[in-house]
Design a protein around this ligand. Structure first.
Ligand code: PLP
Length: 375
């Protein structure tokens, strides 16, 4: 089997350039041969319309978005549709599936924001993932949304358990796998029906683009999503797609190194807990008592911690040299966020940490000194 990096580095492009040219055109010339010109109603179908390597308007598709979809489909074990953000991907999935009931638990606050819009517009009933009774209420066509590892704690949930609960009722399971892209986790292998990613995070990896991904099992669903995307107007922009395609070439190197760095930092903090009087709790998949080794082969590069007070939690970022106090995750640079600044639902003494690509000894030393300085 061809490996992740090989698949992402070698892709046929439309030009002879080794690196695909930046294509900023929003519109593309039609053929000069009158025989090629057919009325849109006479085209052979959605495949002909969307993916015949002829482009006519970049809201529909463009060479680099198509290149991204072909490359990502090879490593994600399915058919990929790319969007202009992770939330646009979530919005597209809800629009396509159009469930009457949605089971959702702890998840990125923006996904909850979108479910509220659906509840307002078409009465979507939102049920709690933690309540076992929620699954009894599901019917065919409904949806279970599982985020694993979950934001902001980086803890793992059992995908196959939720797949079974959903499928028993004829509902679908969508997994937000943003915190653990391949090769860390492959949700289709454990029963997921649809996978989403905020590609802004690890696929992008440089904190310089917004993008989202849906992965589906059937080509026919991919085409339906393309069709919806034209009118939802959520295709990725030309320049962002160039940045994302560049990022994919180093993706496997980055995700593996970031996962190793995170696990080492978490292990250091856990092993030396007694020395850090301000440290209250540590959350990460590597510390979980219930583990899912078949599901997650390496842990997410994001973890969370709580300190003994809100005031200390607000102070920690300013004591660190190599962790930038900013939201988001997945970039080369380590980030830390006093999470209450962007998500009002979390414990105000919680900090989320996205571990980057720096030298691990420097990161450990920095974290140690910052925690000790708060005592
Ligand atoms: C788990 C998860 N899902 C979805 C999103 C939304 O992605 P985007 O910011 O690309 O819209 C985020 C963003 O932080 C996230 O962490």
């Amino acid at each position: 089997m061809v490996g992740i990096s090989t698949n992402l580095i070698h892709n046929k492009t439309v030009s002879r350039d080794v690196i695909p040219p930046i294509n900023i055109s929003t519109t593309y010339k039609y053929s000069e041969d009158p025989d090629d010109l057919v009325k849109v109603t006479d085209s052979k179908g959605s495949e002909d319309y969307f993916l015949n390597d002829t482009y006519f308007y970049s809201r529909v598709n463009h060479p680099t978005s198509e290149l991204l979809e072909k490359a990502l489909s090879k490593i994600l074990d399915g058919h990929v549709v790319v969007y202009n953000s992770g939330l646009a991907a979530f919005f597209a999935a809800l629009t396509y599936i159009n469930p009457k009931k949605l089971v959702i638990g702890q998840a990125y606050h923006g996904c909850h924001g979108i479910t509220k819009i659906f509840s307002r517009l078409n009465g979507l009933e939102v049920l709690d993932l933690k309540d076992p009774g929620s699954f009894d209420k599901l019917q065919k066509g409904d949806l279970v949304h599982l985020e694993t590892p979950v934001n902001p704690h980086g803890l793992d949930f059992d995908i196959s358990y939720y797949a079974e609960l959903a499928h028993k009722k004829g509902a679908l399971l969508m997994v937000d796998s943003t915190f653990a892209p391949p090769p860390l986790q492959y949700p289709f292998k454990h029963g997921a029906d649809i996978i989403m990613h905020s590609a802004t995070k690890y696929f992008g990896g440089h904190s310089d683009l917004l993008a989202g991904i849906l992965v589906v099992r059937d080509k026919s669903v991919q085409y339906k999503l393309y069709e919806d995307r034209v009118y939802l107007a959520t295709n990725i922009g030309n320049l962002e797609s160039t940045l994302l395609y560049r990022s994919l070439k180093t993706f496997e190197l980055r995700i593996l190194k970031q996962s190793d760095n995170c696990e080492q930092l978490v292990k250091y903090l856990n092993d030396h807990r007694a020395e850090f009087k301000v440290l209250k709790e540590l959350f990460h998949g590597s510390l979980q008592t219930t583990k899912y080794p078949d599901q997650i082969t390496k842990h997410s590069p994001t973890f969370a911690l709580t300190l003994t007070s809100e005031k200390l939690a607000k102070s920690l970022p300013s004591k660190l040299n190599y962790f930038v106090h900013a939201t988001s995750l997945g970039g080369a640079e380590s980030l830390i966020e006093w999470r209450a600044l962007s998500d009002s639902s979390v414990d105000p003494s919680l900090l989320r940490v996205s571990v980057g690509l720096e030298n691990i000894d420097d990161l450990i030393e920095d974290f140690k000194n910052a925690l000790l300085s708060l005592e």
